[in-house]
Design a protein around this ligand. Sequence first.
Ligand SMILES: [Zn+2]
Length: 416
Amino acid sequence: MPIGPFDRLHDVDQKLDRFNDWKGMALANRDAEPFGFGRLTSESRRPGQGMKGRFGPRPTWLILAEPPNAPLAHERAFYQTFFYGRETPSTYAWVMAQYGAPPVPVLGGPPATVHLTQEQAQLQLPSRIPVIDEQALRDIGSYPIGWGGLDADRDGVVKGTELLTVIVDSYGLGNATTQSLTVDSTALGYPLQIRGKYSVMGHQVALQTACHEVFHQWGAIDMYGADQSFHGGLTTMAATITQTPDDRSMVELDAWHRMQFGLTRPYVYDLATQVSGTASISAVAQNRYDSAVLFWDSRRGPGDYLLVELRQATPGTLDSDCASGFVVWQCKVDANGDPMGGLTPNGTYAVNAIGPGGVGDGAWASGSSLRDISWVDGTSIGVEVTLDSPNGSTGTVEWSPRALQGSKFDRLREPL
Ligand SMILES: [Zn+2]
């Protein structure tokens, strides 16, 4: 099934130009930049930050590891298409559609194949990785790019920003992980050290999971939720591992990631000064910039904000299997703009979808009125938000001072 048509342009600077032209100057504000709009699109844009991805295509080294008596479920050509194919379903097509920065088979030729011994096949992660890597390295000299071509900045180290390594292994059907590791390849007689990120995945991995791991290499973080509720159907960066072999469902990134990657440019409102208003947004599947509203309060500072987006499950798009409705993302970030971790015992980062039943409860239906939305610390945002989308593909977000219904009456009824 082909993807598209896509409104997004592939180059970020072109995107910014396009945005400034789009719908005239009415939308051409830079209000979203303090909240990280576009910052994961390049290392140079805001250097020195903890979370660094690097936008752009890069050589991808696809390694197929086959233990004895546990052959991969598919032929080699299948994996080549799964990662490099130009049409969906493929990791290339998905990442290309998102960023124009796909995994590129610059190493040339078919994927490397490594046959593990019985003993090696018993190894767990991460010690399994260098064993596979070292065997695959024997082929690397024969690739057209050569060692020199891998070390783009010529510092003697092949880093994760210079080489995307994907290992497919029958180790776990659909499991996947991305780990940072240094392989001491100079000790093996090779000219360069490999200090990279390795995305390791099972041989029947879901497309969404493969993309999740590749997005990590571009700087995306896990969005498991403060209570480990996983935000199912709301973001590629939730838990995507499924028991369905070769699952091909697709869910777009959450509004927070899309803003950081420069894919969504939210309308920004400061609730300290704009206590009421209305904004129109497009569903994420429409693939336009205007797919979120950002609320913050200048009296609290930019560390707390809400992103409100509209999702509509739409066949033939990257959001074909999302939860439909309005999603409210409650965000708490540090001085660098990175989501804060460790606020709850089991949670990952403080970016949570707040649904009708609380944290992690999914999407709000059209017609919902949200009276009790709070910042991460539980303080009310002070306004009531009404969400409306009769057609599902465009919607309005309306807000007004929260009615203090019943409060005087309640006080009169308090016992003396
Ligand atoms: Zn992850």
